[in-house]
Design a binder for this molecule. Structure first.
Ligand code: ADP
Length: 455
């Protein structure tokens, strides 16, 4: 069942319930009123006839014949009068005798003063009434034909109104639900048209303040994020293919050259060395890409443990020097700490080492003295590591771009690379809730400051 039908049904059900309660309340109130009114009328009729009888202004037989003749056309009240010793003084029609007065009943009326009751379908009252010093017990009974007919009319009217109300409510409920939900249907239609081919299409936000406006805006923001992520994936893949093609093309050219004609063993050695160099470049690139992919995992997916940063830095230096014999790495653990926890972080040792290796290699690559100066300290709950060099520096307008995958600065001629080092460092630090900042002056040197929350 769709929301529109559900809303219509609920709206109709609630309205029908309210209508029903309303109609029942009106009917019951009217019924109560009718009953009270009729008992009052009976009493009044009883009193009038008592007066006529006692005062003798109308003959008893005439009084009785009026009752009989009226009875044929209207629901005439039948009255009986007793003295306080229960002797019958007057009766409209003893043969009809609606109220069968027993001594117990009369005793009851005398004690309570007024009794209202039913005799089959007839209403009846019994009461004590005094004229001058003399007291009488009077009973009066009749059928409230007029009142019941009015109640029947009222019931028919209420049922009719109830049905008419429901017949109006169902289509109007359906119409309101449809108009309230039509923006949703429109959103669905618009979303169906967004595809790979037109990912920059966005939903139209009519009113930012209503719920559907917020929904459309949230959806647009999600589309923006997705588009950005698709774009960066596309660039990433094309960059990878480009980077792989260069060494592969060089290797193919070298090997074709080798096959074309006979070479001296010296020449073959040279060709093989060149091919080996290209293969090593490719191996470095694929390792970098693998690391980048690993660092792209969800925080929850990478295994973490307590990592001592001084030890990780020593390992990173060892790796750098093993790969680049001419690089120098100076480690300065200048801040004496009694508490090892200030230089211990909760993280992944392999990824942190990879980040440090990249920063140290950058220092060495981009400085003539091929030296990286690394110092470790702590501040405000963070372990802080500085990677400095006295190298060629980065121009200020490039500072924001250096963390973009495959971005290489204008100083790229100075050193080999693929532009994925700092992107990788950035991701690794994100996974460790850490931060990176850079201070650089062209021609003077560069310092990368890394801070990671310690345990
Ligand atoms: P790669 O080193 O492979 O070029 P990175 O992502 O590591 O890629 O660095 C991106 C760019 O940032 C580099 O091309 C370079 O221009 C600049 N850069 C990074 N570190 C330094 C540094 N220590 N000194 C000067 N420039 C740097």
């Amino acid at each position: 069942m769709n929301i529109r039908t559900k809303l219509t049904l609920r709206y109709t059900a609630v309205t029908a319930l309210v209508f029903t309660l309303f109609a029942v309340a009106v009917y019951l109130f009217s019924e109560q009123n009718r009953e009270n009114e009729f008992f009052r009328t009976l009493k009044k009729e009883g009193v009038t006839k008592l007066h006529l009888f006692v005062e003798g202004s109308i003959d008893v037989e005439i009084l009785q014949s009026i009752y009989r003749s009226n009875r044929e056309f209207i629901h005439e009240v039948e009255v009986a009068v007793f003295d306080m010793d229960f002797n019958l003084l007057y009766h409209d029609a003893q043969d009809i005798d609606i109220v069968q007065e027993t001594p117990e009943m009369l005793e009851n009326i005398r004690r309570s003063g007024l009794l209202e009751f039913y005799e089959g379908k007839y209403h009846a009252v019994g009461f004590v009434y005094s004229i001058g010093k003399q007291e009488f017990i009077v009973t009066a009974a009749a059928y409230d034909g007029h009142g019941y007919a009015q109640q029947r009319m009222l019931a028919i009217l209420l049922i009719g109104l109830w049905l008419a109300g429901i017949l109006i409510i169902i289509p109007s409920g359906y119409f309101f639900a449809r108009s309230a939900l039509s923006p949703v249907a429109k959103i669905v239609e618009e979303v169906e048209h967004i595809s790979d081919f037109n990912p920059n299409v966005r939903l139209i936000v009519k009113d930012k303040r209503d719920e559907l406006g917020v929904l459309a805006e949230t959806f647009n923001e999600m589309l923006n994020r997705l588009e950005k992520s698709f774009d960066s994936q596309k660039t990433f893949v094309s960059n990878i293919s480009h980077e792989l093609r260069t060494p592969l093309a060089a290797m193919i050219a070298e090997l074709e050259l080798a096959l074309r004609y006979e070479h001296t063993s010296q020449e073959y050695t040279e060709i093989m060395e060149n091919v080996l160099n290209d293969a090593r470049r490719m191996e470095r690139l694929s390792k970098g890409l693998l690391d980048l992919a690993r660092a792209g995992y969800d925080r929850a997916e990478i295994t973490k443990e307590e990592v001592r940063l001084d030890e990780t830095l020593l390992n990173a230096r060892e790796t750098v020097i093993k790969n680049n014999k001419n690089f120098t790495v100076e480690l300065i653990f200048d801040t004496e700490t009694d508490d090892d926890r200030q230089i211990t972080v909760f993280g992944n040792e392999y990824l942190l080492r990879t980040a440090f290796v990249n920063l140290i290699e950058n220092n060495c690559k981009f400085s003539p003295d091929k030296t990286s100066i690394v110092s470790i300290s702590f501040a405000n709950g963070n372990s802080v590591i500085r990677f400095s060099d006295n190298g060629i520096g980065i121009s200020p307008d490039e500072i924001d771009k250096i963390y973009t995958p495959f971005y290489r600065g204008e100083n790229r001629e100075q050193a080999q690379g693929y532009g994925i080092g700092l992107a990788l460092v950035n991701r690794i630090l994100l996974l460790h809730k850490g931060e990176i900042a850079v201070q650089s002056n062209k021609g003077e040197g560069t310092t990368f400051v890394v801070s990671i929350p310690h345990v």
